[in-house]
Design a protein around this ligand. Structure first.
Ligand SMILES: Cc1cc2nc3c(=O)[nH]c(=O)nc-3n(C[C@H](O)[C@H](O)[C@H](O)COP(=O)(O)OP(=O)(O)OC[C@H]3O[C@@H](n4cnc5c(N)ncnc54)[C@H](O)[C@@H]3O)c2cc1C
Length: 426
């Protein structure tokens, strides 16, 4: 094999020999349509969400008037979601989520929290179930509703395989009877549609789990205690109690035939579809990462403007390298995290598979950058940053959840470590 010298490589680069062939087709430029959507959502975030942010954070209530506004313009609803999802690059949802959470994270989660239940129905439901339940998750333009996805329990957080909620099939009535207690459910109890993860065979651990839709008004599905939180306070979080909650057989996502087939395979020791489930999680994680980036960017922009205005020792504080370099690092980290989010979003949509847990990488990096950048923003604002008169204090409280939910940072590292090593790291 002929060796390529450094000189040859340099000469090719200088001569631009690659430009003679086909262009490589690599681009990070957004299309006009993507830019238009981004601008449209940004307008809503700036004009409607930001002015309402502090009030709903203090009230710790679901901001229904803002959800109604979002539904009116088509940002919240089945059609809006379908439009964002249709983006073939995979960037539609991350772009929208970044702008919404740039507006405000608490209200953002009140608007986007329904997405968890929708993703579960979309990922596991039959065509008929998707058509029936996803529109109901959102309600209508004039009467919007929210939905909840309930997997976590008091003793099953990171370890979802430990969940105790059970679903038993009653053949005589063709109904499932669900019993258990769910914890930490976003929109739990106030949702029109709840998606519940329950065990149909405890001996099989997570491979014996199935997802059920609980239709609106079903008896035996009640809200438990509402959680008082550190951040995301405009987003409702509560326990959900399921006491002999009976739902029609048709509420099992994917259908009974498919479930029976899967359970039979698992009992025979054959592979289950848990690998496919992992790929689904990997695909949804970048969108969560995009939310964290929205918060981080909002804090960075606020701190940058403040540092140019605030004067100490007779000059703007940004003229001190200590402050300017902090802002430079914030920009650097946020852009780096966004690139990971965009890469994973593209991979999820176009490759339908990941090589090194790129979805987890993106969520992990974005979550940790958001916590760090919002803390740095408080530092740049000094005493003002520590007060509720300035928004970076709220942003810092909101950011922290991104190292906890949708898989903690430790769990993301575990997923990445297993993917890169192929070994059973604990
Ligand atoms: C605001 C909010 C909204 C939420 N919304 C929802 C929702 O809509 N639906 C839903 O189902 N759940 C929801 N959750 C639950 C969330 O997903 C869990 O809190 C999360 O998965 C962590 O579980 P845990 O709180 O039980 O922590 P634990 O699992 O008890 O973890 C505690 C600590 O131990 C670490 N740890 C655990 N296991 C390991 C391990 N093997 N290796 C290393 N470290 C480990 C964790 O990383 C963490 O630092 C929500 C939570 C919050 C706070």
């Amino acid at each position: 094999m002929e060796a390529t010298t450094a000189e040859q490589v340099a000469a090719e680069a200088t001569n631009g020999s690659q430009s003679e062939g086909e262009p490589l087709g690599f681009s990070l430029a957004l299309t006009q349509e993507q830019k238009d959507i981004q601008e449209w959502v940004h307008g809503f975030a700036e004009g409607v969400m930001r002015p309402a942010a502090a009030e709903w954070d203090e009230r710790e209530e679901t901001p229904w008037p803002v959800i109604q506004e979002a539904a009116k313009i088509g940002l919240y609803g089945f059609e809006g979601l379908a439009q964002f999802y249709a983006d073939e690059t995979g960037l539609g949802l991350p772009l929208v989520n970044e702008e919404v959470f740039w507006g405000d994270a608490g209200i953002g989660m009140a608007i986007m929290g329904t997405g968890l239940a929708v993703a579960s129905i979309f990922g596991q439901g039959t065509g008929e179930q998707i058509g029936e339940w996803i529109p109901q998750c959102f309600g209508s333009e004039s009467d919007p509703a929210v939905a909840a996805f309930c997997a976590s329990e008091p003793d099953a957080g990171s370890d979802v395989s430990a969940l105790r909620t059970t679903a038993k099939y009653d053949e005589a009535s063709d109904e499932w009877v669900i019993n258990g207690q769910k914890a930490w459910a976003t929109n739990g109890g106030i949702a029109k549609v709840h998606v519940i993860i329950a065990s149909v065979d405890r001996e099989l651990g997570s491979r014996g789990h199935a997802a059920f839709v609980i239709p609106p008004g079903t008896k035996g599905c009640e809200q438990g205690a509402k959680v008082k939180k550190h951040g995301l306070r405009a987003s409702h979080t509560a326990d959900v109690h399921l006491d002999d909650c009976r739902v029609p057989g048709s509420c099992l996502l994917g259908g009974k035939e498919k479930l029976d087939e899967r359970l039979a395979r698992v009992r025979e020791g054959k592979s289950s579809r848990s690998q496919a489930a992992m790929q689904t999680f990997e695909a949804s994680r970048p969108t969560v990462g995009a939310q964290a980036i929205g918060i981080a960017r909002a804090a960075y922009e606020y701190a940058l403007d403040y540092a140019k205005e605030r004067k100490q020792f007779g000059r703007p504080i940004i003229e001190n390298q200590a402050i300017a370099f902090t802002l430079a690092d914030m920009k650097l980290e946020i852009d780096a995290a966004r690139l990971l989010v965009w890469r994973a979003s593209w991979m999820g949509r176009n490759q339908h598979t990941f090589t090194n847990a790129e979805g987890s990488m993106s969520k992990l990096k974005a979550g940790e950058v958001a916590v760090w950048a919002t803390e740095r923003a408080i530092q740049v604002l000094g005493g003002n940053g520590y007060t509720r008169e300035y928004p970076v204090e709220r942003m810092h409280r909101d950011a922290k959840i991104y190292t906890i939910f949708e898989g903690t940072s430790e769990i993301q590292r575990l997923v990445i470590a297993r993917a890169i090593s192929g070994m059973k790291i604990r």
